[in-house]
Design a protein around this ligand. Structure first.
Ligand code: PEP
Ligand code: MN
Length: 260
């Protein structure tokens, strides 16, 4: 681990995130689409050395007319993928009404950009001991992001993992501007691990491999990457979703970097 600042380690589903551990890889589709889709991705991901399977079941889409996710049916598919592969699962919670089901079945609860300011949801998470992956709001300052985490921590839950996923800037060439300076800053200021999402951070699949390496070089404690067996058929975020061969290359390259 080549980070400037050491963070606490969070242990979940047999893996360690932060501390002296190598960066973890969280990968999977933007959305869980079907049994065949998630099982095939999970099995391939497992074979490549991925640490956690991601897949959205409640999708916060900009348009209410777009696919909203499979909901609790999707959770059953993630549980089945975990049963078949042993991979811990990461998925986004949007509504407190599903908190109990998530606490029971999900290994890391993702809070998406749009909910970083949802303080009642954050406070509810503070009452659990689940690891929380807290994504940075689109336009959130470092201070606001740290304070969002504080809303979880004051309730007693210290299992927080920050996720830099790009912010809105004046430039619109990329979907977002990936702010890698946030990695050492958050590690230094909070002592919590930070992972980087180069998929939403760029919106462009060709940029994901190099930005993954840049993230690891910045000291990130892990990567969250959207990957699919057949990216062009993804129901959401296909332009930023990579295929499994590229995921394999990223894992090889980041492993090489870790051994430097
Ligand atoms: C996602 O991870 O698919 C997602 C919706 O992320 P964000 O909240 O960063 O937009
Ligand atoms: Mn997505």
């Amino acid at each position: 681990m080549n980070a400037t600042y050491k963070t606490k380690a969070i242990e979940v589903a047999g893996k360690k995130i932060g501390g002296e551990s190598r960066p973890v890889i969280i990968a999977g589709p933007c959305a869980v689409e079907s049994y065949e889709q998630i099982i095939e991705i999970a099995k391939t991901a497992k074979a490549l050395g991925v640490d956690f399977l991601r897949g959205g079941i409640f999708k916060p889409r900009t348009s209410p007319h777009d696919f909203q996710g499979l909901g609790i049916e999707g959770l059953k598919l993630l549980i089945e993928a975990k049963r078949q592969t042993g991979l811990g699962i990461v998925t986004e919670l949007m509504d407190v009404t599903h908190l109990e089901a998530f606490v029971e079945h999900v290994d890391i609860i993702q809070i998406g950009s749009r909910n970083m300011y949802n303080y009642s949801l954050l406070k509810a998470l503070g009452q659990t001991d689940k690891p929380i992956l807290l994504k940075r709001g689109f336009s959130a300052t470092i201070k606001e992001w740290i304070m969002a985490a504080e809303h979880i921590a004051v309730g007693g839950n210290q299992n927080i993992i920050f996720c830099e996923r790009g912010i809105r800037t004046f430039d619109d060439y990329t979907r977002n501007t990936l702010d890698l300076t946030a990695v050492p800053i958050i590690q230094k200021e909070t002592g919590y691990p930070v992972i980087v999402d180069p998929s939403h951070g760029t919106g462009i699949r060709e940029l994901v491999p190099t930005m993954s390496l840049a993230a690891v070089a910045s000291g990130a404690n892990g990567l969250l990457i959207e990957a699919h067996i057949d990216p062009d058929t993804s129901v959401s975020d296909k332009f930023q979703t990579i295929d499994m061969a590229n995921l394999e290359r990223i894992i090889e390259q980041t492993n090489k970097w870790n051994n430097l």
